[in-house]
Design a protein around this ligand. Structure first.
Ligand code: F6R
Length: 260
């Protein structure tokens, strides 16, 4: 696992944006796995700026969602397809029909979940999966206790996750209880997984994921098994790492594209 510690959240966003830009330059038809939540927003903003400066193009790429709430109408502003369009894809040249997500409005949800896993395979697999981490160590919406080999399926959110996400809704009661999420096995099928975490509340889950035991109680620890996993942190999110000095030394002074 490569751990890149940057000074600020903006520096972390720059590293993430550079990884996406390099991938899309090398492979215009790349399949990008996009996360929602606050963690990747800085990178999305930079990518929008770079697209406006005509330095990155997404017309041949595809994007796939990591997860989606169950029970929100498709046009709800907090449905993850709507969030990703608003925060990123509608501001670049990625057509809406090249953005894919699980069909949480299907009558038969298990069949829709299996269809989503098949779609990811038919697209040739995910080249780069962007990830955030929950304060409870979740990855996607694979809450603690998730099977490390799970596939896309329905999950129930923990009280802690619903409380964390209440900030996006008018009242905490409006946060859905259920989601469809790519499983941990699905996520780790991606050729490169990149987790970005910033701010003090992420220090503890990051330390458990990166340096703790591989355990279902911290789903993000599954990244330890991945042959190409990158963790991009600011100093606050790196505060719990025992090996922080080693990571800083290993990457000191290198431009971000050389890290990864
Ligand atoms: C979002 C997702 C979640 C978030 C995580 C961190 O699609 O799957 O795992 O990445 O909850 O959320 P933020 O970035 O808002 O702290």
């Amino acid at each position: 696992m490569e751990v890149v510690i940057t000074w600020t959240a903006e520096d972390a966003a720059r590293v993430v944006a550079d990884v996406v830009m390099r991938l899309v330059a090398e492979r215009p038809a790349a399949v990008l796995g996009l996360a929602t939540g606050t963690s990747p927003l800085g990178a999305y903003r930079l990518l929008i700026e770079e697209h406006r400066a005509r330095k990155v193009f997404f017309a041949a790429a595809r994007a796939v969602l990591l997860d989606e709430y169950i029970g929100l109408p498709p046009d709800h502003p907090e449905a993850y397809r709507a969030v990703i369009r608003r925060e990123f894809t509608d501001h670049v040249d990625l057509a809406p029909d090249r953005l894919h997500g699980p069909d949480v409005w299907a009558d038969d949800l298990p069949a829709a979940c299996a269809r989503y896993d098949r779609l990811l395979a038919e697209l040739g697999g995910v080249d780069l999966q962007l990830l955030g981490i929950g304060t409870d160590g979740h990855l996607g919406f694979n809450e603690p206790g998730s099977s490390l080999r799970s596939r896309t399926r329905v999950k129930t959110l923990t009280t802690a996750t619903r409380a964390d996400n209440a900030r996006f809704f008018a009242s905490p009661d409006e946060v859905p209880h259920h989601v469809v999420t790519q499983g941990l096995g699905t996520i780790t099928d991606a050729r490169h997984v990149l987790l970005v975490a910033t701010g003090k509340p992420k220090a503890e889950p990051v330390a458990r994921a990166v340096e703790g035991p591989l355990a279902a109680v911290c789903p993000a620890s599954v990244l330890q098994l991945h042959p190409h996993a990158t963790v991009v942190l600011d100093e606050a999110a790196a505060a719990g790492l025992q090996l922080a000095d080693y990571y800083r030394e290993a990457y000191a002074g290198k431009p971000s594209w050389q890290h990864l």
